[in-house]
Design a protein around this ligand. Structure first.
Ligand code: OOB
Length: 546
């Protein structure tokens, strides 16, 4: 693929026309709306993070000056740029700078390491990388060096902080030249960025999202979450994730003119202090963090008095935990069941406690089409569990540049196979029951069993490996690697170190390693990986019950 091929996202013309006619797609771009907000209320606070506090005017100006600088460096519309930043204000000025000039950010999570960065850089044919010197005890400069070695097409590296041999991001900012940048280099139907998939099978895939479709979801999400100009949103989860980005997240908050407060870590200690100091009204958490917050709040609720709504999603929230949210935290719980590919479901703020506690909500749009089907693809009777398929005005029709994944993940008529097993209640709310594919949902981070198995098989002492999820009281699920060793058995720590040294994110390191002589007792040689993983999971469960 050449650098000049711009990722496409194509809904069939009749769907695109319908989505426009119904007012879902309004022809707005990210560049345009930030410009508009900066005109409407220049002095209002937009972002607070670390020692920095930016008004809307400042955010817009920094984005413009950065855009002007990047153009001077020779970057061009349509090129892809890896954005590998933690929750700092520069994350937001950088992405708006890129949006404005039609450069396409590819979001790499702060927890991702060289293996993931290399994969995304190649998949997107990225020409630049924007990172940070260090964060959470990790030094990203060696990663940037290695990335450039492995992917020479990543010609430019920009660093926030001590940049050493690389270009310091602040030096790119063309001070006083922001006005020269066009507000609208991009069209609303263009791909605005590439989000990364949870990686249900194999490696993560790239998800092309347009200005039109993404602005629709964040605009509606902000309404459903009750955000307005007085709202103060705390970004506690890594904001590169789709959930804190747009459901309604920091983008939904900025869209309605609210204030975004960024926390570099999601711990109750740091977040509670920020909530009290900044008057935070809304935030979003994954279930394990909610548990920590509930625990901390049981002896320290006073700091939270401004908080109104906590959204919880990314993984299934147990009803018993959901029930404790209002009494312990004094806020309204909003369950969010969504996916970076598109479809987002919310419980509504005025729903009954029963719906809020026991369901994962209903879709944003009247045009979110939901199918719940059996193994043969036939609709299941109302209320029965089945595989969830969906299409609609903000659900992608294809991954970027990935024909084999597209053939697997989309039906001929454009429905996305979510891989989730759900049932629908009489009120039209979805309840997540499980999933069809073999990823591990570890505290909301999705781990592909296949990806980890491939790395394990590369170990010289591993004959075969199968990775499965096991229920975990705190994380929801954790990962267990079953390994058939060759003659010499490695130690579990060596296996864990191996995964780390392969340059994978820490959350992908198996939590548990179990050595076995063989996988199946019978001579069933033709067993699929999926069946094998199911058997191993059952074996683990049996062992823990006896
Ligand atoms: C969010 O996005 P992804 O792309 O990291 O993961 C999507 C998958 C879903 O297919 C489902 O398996 C699981 O995460 N999931 C949930 C859930 N929310 C997501 N499973 C059970 N209950 C929930 N509430 O995770 C994401 C994106 C936008 C908003 C919220 C979450």
């Amino acid at each position: 693929m050449s650098n000049n091929i711009i990722p496409q996202q194509t809904w069939p013309a009749e769907f695109a026309q319908r989505y426009r006619e119904k007012g879902y797609w309004q022809g707005e771009t990210f560049g345009q709306w930030l410009h508009d907000r900066a005109q409407q209320h220049p002095d209002r606070e937009a972002i607070v993070g670390g020692e920095q506090r930016w008004s809307y005017h400042q955010l817009n100006q920094y984005a413009n000056e950065l855009a002007a600088g990047l153009l001077q460096h020779g970057l061009e519309k349509g090129q892809r740029v890896l954005v590998h930043l933690p929750n700092i204000p520069e994350f937001i000025s950088v992405i708006f700078a890129l949006f404005r000039i039609g450069l396409i950010p590819v979001y790499v999570l702060p927890a991702h390491r060289i293996a993931e960065a290399e994969h995304f850089a190649n998949d997107a044919q990225a020409v630049a990388y924007i990172g940070v010197d260090q964060h959470a005890g990790f030094n990203y400069l060696p990663l940037a060096r290695e990335l450039q070695k492995r992917c020479p097409h990543v010609e430019k590296i920009y660093i926030v902080g001590q940049s050493e041999e690389f270009t310091a991001l602040h030096s790119v900012q063309a001070k006083g030249q922001g006005k020269a940048v066009p507000i609208n280099a991009a069209q609303a139907s263009d791909v605005a960025f590439l989000q990364i998939s949870g990686g249900s099978t194999g490696l993560s895939k790239l998800i092309p999202r347009t200005h039109d479709d993404y602005i629709y979801t964040l605009r509606e999400s902000a309404k459903i979450a009750g955000l307005d100009a007085r709202s103060v949103y705390l970004g506690a989860l890594p904001i590169a994730h789709n959930f804190p980005m747009s459901s309604p997240g920091f983008l939904g908050t900025l869209y309605v003119g609210g204030k975004v407060v960024l926390s570099t870590v999601p711990s109750p200690e740091q977040c509670f202090t920020l909530i009290e100091r900044e008057g935070v009204t809304d935030t979003s958490l994954v279930p394990p963090l909610l548990l920590l917050w509930l625990e901390a709040a049981s002896h320290n609720k006073a700091q939270l008095h401004s908080l109104k709504v906590i959204q919880v999603g990314g993984a299934k929230l147990a009803a018993e935990v959901a029930k404790r949210v209002r009494p312990v935290l004094g806020v309204t719980l909003q369950q969010v069941f969504g996916m970076a590919e598109g479809l987002i479901n919310y419980t509504r703020l005025d729903d009954s406690d029963d719906l809020i506690v026991h369901t994962q909500g209903r879709p944003i749009s009247p045009d979110d089409e939901i199918l719940i089907v059996d193994d043969q693809g036939r609709a299941v009777p109302e209320g029965e569990p089945g595989y969830l398929l969906t299409r609609g005005p903000y659900t992608i029709r294809a991954y970027h540049n990935n024909p084999s994944a597209n053939a697997r993940s989309f039906t001929n008529d454009g429905f996305y196979r979510t891989g989730d097993i759900v049932r629908r209640t009489a009120e039209g709310y979805l309840v997540v029951q499980g999933r069809a594919n073999d990823h591990i949902n570890r505290a909301g981070e999705k781990i592909s069993a296949e990806e980890i198995e491939d790395h394990l098989l590369a170990h010289p002492q591993v004959f075969d490996a199968a990775v499965v999820s096991i229920p975990d009281e705190f994380l929801g699920e954790r990962s267990c690697a079953f390994i058939i060793p060759k003659a010499e058995k490695p130690r579990p720590v060596e296996i864990k170190r191996w995964i780390r040294e392969r340059g994978l994110a820490d959350f992908k390191v198996p939590d548990q390693v179990v050595f076995v002589d063989q996988f199946v007792e019978t001579a069933a040689l033709k067993i699929s990986r999926k069946e094998l993983r199911a058997q191993l999971r059952a074996q683990l469960q049996n062992n823990s019950e006896h």
